[in-house]
Structure formats: structure tokens, C-alpha cells
Design a protein around this ligand. Structure first.
Ligand SMILES: [Zn+2]
Length: 252
């Protein structure tokens, strides 16, 4: 179900995940809108979760009064409170294989702020197949990793190849550090604003280490054997079994 405050023909930024990275991302993006630093767009937020007390230290736009409320709706409302001119819509669902391509195709730019590897690979595959730019932001313990991938590549799989066999470290097993999420969200917003302005970021990969307070900026290159964007790519459609990884919640 779509909850929308507008019927919009504006460029659409699709945010996957209204959690620890989605919150600072929206804060930065909405303030940029309010300051007139970007042209008009619609922000669509996809998330099926509800605000919990233990979220509040890193999900900075939520308050005690929001506990129990849908994160997507609450985050969209906060965005409009910061920037009343911002148009928003929400989908209270997870980003899953049967809807991923439709979501990606409907958007101008996708920002993946999800909390698990399976969704990150799904978002990357859907964006490449739909030929949409992707900003992917992740935070595990003290390290934040944020990258931008354009339709021409290189893609997310050029760098990370595939889901690990067996359990992989994520927010549910390795823990999460609130300020590092904040850095990830801010970096994602910076990349998104550049892409919305039609600019190609000078670097497409950011890695922040909160223990040493160091930020590395690099540019990753296409990988010849990439399963998604390489010359003999094998991924040509979204198959549910490919995204069977689990993290902060399992696919049903
Ligand atoms: Zn690739």
C-alpha cells in the first residue's frame, strides 16, 4: 500500500530502510532541500519496521513519542517538518525480490540503507537491471562503507561479488555504533545530492573507520568477470533464491 501526500511527477529518491543510516540520510537531505541546495524531488521511503526504544540513540529523528509507530511514516513526517516543500511517500513493506525491480524502475535514484547483505545485493541487482543509479550505505561496528554505482557500472558486485556462504557480520551479530551510522548517512546524502544534480562523483567509494577517525576515498573499477555487469554476466533477472541471506530479519 502506498501512503502518499502527493501525486508527484518529480524525480523520485527511493530510500530503502528508515533505520540508523536512513535517519541521518533524511536529516541531511531534508536540510539541503530546506536550504535550497537541491532541486525538487519526491522522497519515497520503504520500510516495514516500527520504532523501538533501543533504536533512538542512532535513529536520530525519532523520539520516545514515536515508539511503536511505523518508521517509514514517522521519518517521512519528520522530513516534511524540516522541509515542508519536500514531497514524500511511503511503502510499509520490505524490499523483496518480487517487488524490487518495480521499485527501482519507478525511481530516479535508489539509496540503500538496509540492514542486511541480502537486501544490499538485491538492491544492487535491481538497480543495474533497471539501469538506475544506486547509493549503497552500510555500517557494521566501527566501519561505514558507502558507494555510488551508475548504470554504466562498475556495480556493487564488482566490489563485493556475492553473498558470503554462511553467516556474515551485520548489525544483528557484530553490533552497530550510532555515530558511525551518522557518518554513513551523511556520506550517502552527499553522493545522492551530487547524483541528483547530474554530477558524477569524483570518488565512488568511501570507507570510514570510527576507531581511527579516518575517511578513505577511492574509486573502484569494473571487474571483468562480474556476474552482474561483466561481459558474460549471468544475472539477468531477480531470482528469489539468490537473496536467501538473513540478518536483522529473515525473508518469509
Ligand atoms: Zn559489476
Amino acid at each position: 500500500m502506498v501512503y502518499s501526500d502527493s501525486v508527484s511527477s518529480l524525480p523520485r529518491v527511493l530510500l530503502i530502510g528508515a533505520g540508523g543510516i536512513g535517519n541521518p540520510f533524511v536529516l541531511t537531505l531534508a536540510r539541503a532541500v530546506r536550504a535550497g541546495e537541491t532541486s525538487k524531488f519526491e522522497l519515497m521511503i520503504v520500510d516495514d519496521d516500527r520504532v523501538e526504544l533501543e533504536n533512538l540513540h542512532r535513529q536520530v529523528l525519532f523520539t520516545d513519542a514515536d515508539i511503536g509507530s511505523p518508521k517509514a511514516l514517522t521519518l517521512a513526517r519528520r522530513a516534511r517538518e524540516i522541509a515542508p516543500e519536500l514531497e514524500t511517500s511511503t511503502e510499509l513493506t520490505r524490499f523483496l525480490p518480487d517487488s524490487a525491480l518495480g521499485f527501482a524502475s519507478s525511481a530516479t535514484l535508489i539509496v540503500d540503507a538496509s540492514d542486511n547483505f541480502a537486501t544490499r545485493f538485491l538492491a544492487a541487482d535491481a538497480c543495474f537491471l533497471a539501469q538506475r543509479p544506486l547509493v549503497s550505505a552500510a555500517s557494521v561496528r566501527w566501519v561505514a562503507t558507502v558507494l555510488a554505482s551508475l548504470p554504466a557500472g562498475p556495480c556493487y558486485r564488482c566490489l563485493f561479488e556475492d553473498l558470503l556462504e554462511g553467516p556474515a557480520p551485520d548489525c544483528s551479530t557484530a553490533g552497530i555504533v550510532g555515530p558511525v551510522c551518522g557518518v554513513a548517512g551523511a556520506l550517502a546524502a552527499e553522493l545522492a545530492l551530487q547524483l541528483l544534480a547530474g554530477q558524477t562523483p569524483s570518488h565512488n567509494l568511501f570507507s570510514f573507520d570510527g576507531r581511527s577517525d579516518t575517511l578513505r576515498t577511492r574509486s573502484f573499477k569494473p571487474r571483468a568477470g562480474c556476474e552482474l555487469c561483466g561481459s558474460a554476466a549471468s544475472i539477468r533477472e531477480l531470482e528469489t533464491d539468490r537473496y536467501a541471506g538473513q540478518a536483522c530479519g529473515e525473508y518469509e
